[in-house]
Unconditional design. Structure first.
Length: 233
């Protein structure tokens, strides 16, 4: 949705259009300048007033101010990037491959965490399977760490999150690994494995991803993650 801002001749109007459709779409924009808004960070706005950083995203005026003052407005108007998601993950910002991989993982987790938080969903991060004896029983000696865990009255969702900006054997390994572990987890009453993944790297591994879809019922990306949100809210 935010990609519609790229090349916009009337940035304010484009912001208003998105705002009217989904106000939460702007909640991840702090990541565009590599700032994490957790902790109620304070900044000076254009009037010299000290405000909480997150408040910029509570109105169209605040969002436009953020874009203008950070220089992102110019980048968007001139179409200097092709895709905001790619920009966030460093594909178009000149990061070397190792830095890009590290940033991609952290940024993807930050984005997903922010989405959960903005929708009022309680979650835990970096949780080990050893917490649940019944789960560990089917996993055997394989003690697994999950990026996120969401517990509802009906079910406990064990979530893995990743982003791939390039192809390679890693994607095949991950798809194969998750295809192996998901049925084991899903066989335990009250547990479900969820995989949130994205990135153009999957273009070169479509077959592997399709195979995983046939085995793992709950696979989402940044476009359809709202389906999962609606499921757990």
């Amino acid at each position: 949705m935010l990609n519609s801002l790229i090349g916009a001749t009337n940035l304010r109007k484009s912001v208003e259009t998105i705002w009217n459709r989904d106000k939460t779409a702007f909640s991840i924009m702090d990541i565009l300048i590599a700032v994490r808004s957790e902790g109620k960070k304070k900044i000076l706005n254009s009037k010299g007033d000290c405000i909480v950083f997150d408040r910029l995203f509570e109105s169209v005026d605040g969002i436009v101010e953020y874009l203008e003052n950070t220089g992102l407005a110019e980048i968007l108007r001139e179409g200097k990037i092709n895709n905001l998601v790619d920009y966030v993950f460093g594909i178009e910002t000149g990061l070397d491959s190792n830095a890009r991989k590290n940033r991609s993982g952290h940024v993807m987790e930050s984005m997903v965490a922010k989405i959960f938080t903005d929708h009022g969903i309680f979650y835990r991060q970096e949780v080990y399977s050893i917490e649940w004896a019944e789960l560990q029983k089917v996993l055997g000696d394989d003690e697994k760490r999950f990026d996120f865990v969401i517990e509802t009255l009906e079910k406990t969702y064990l979530i893995e999150v990743n982003f791939y900006s390039g192809g390679g054997s890693k994607l095949n390994e991950v798809a194969r690994s998750y295809s192996d572990i998901a049925p084991k987890i899903n066989s335990v009453d009250g547990f479900e494995f969820v995989w949130v993944t994205d990135g153009i790297g999957w273009k070169s591994a479509k077959n592997k991803l399709q195979e995983a879809y046939n085995i793992i019922p709950s696979i989402y990306n940044l476009t359809n993650i709202d389906d999962f949100i609606n499921l757990v809210k």
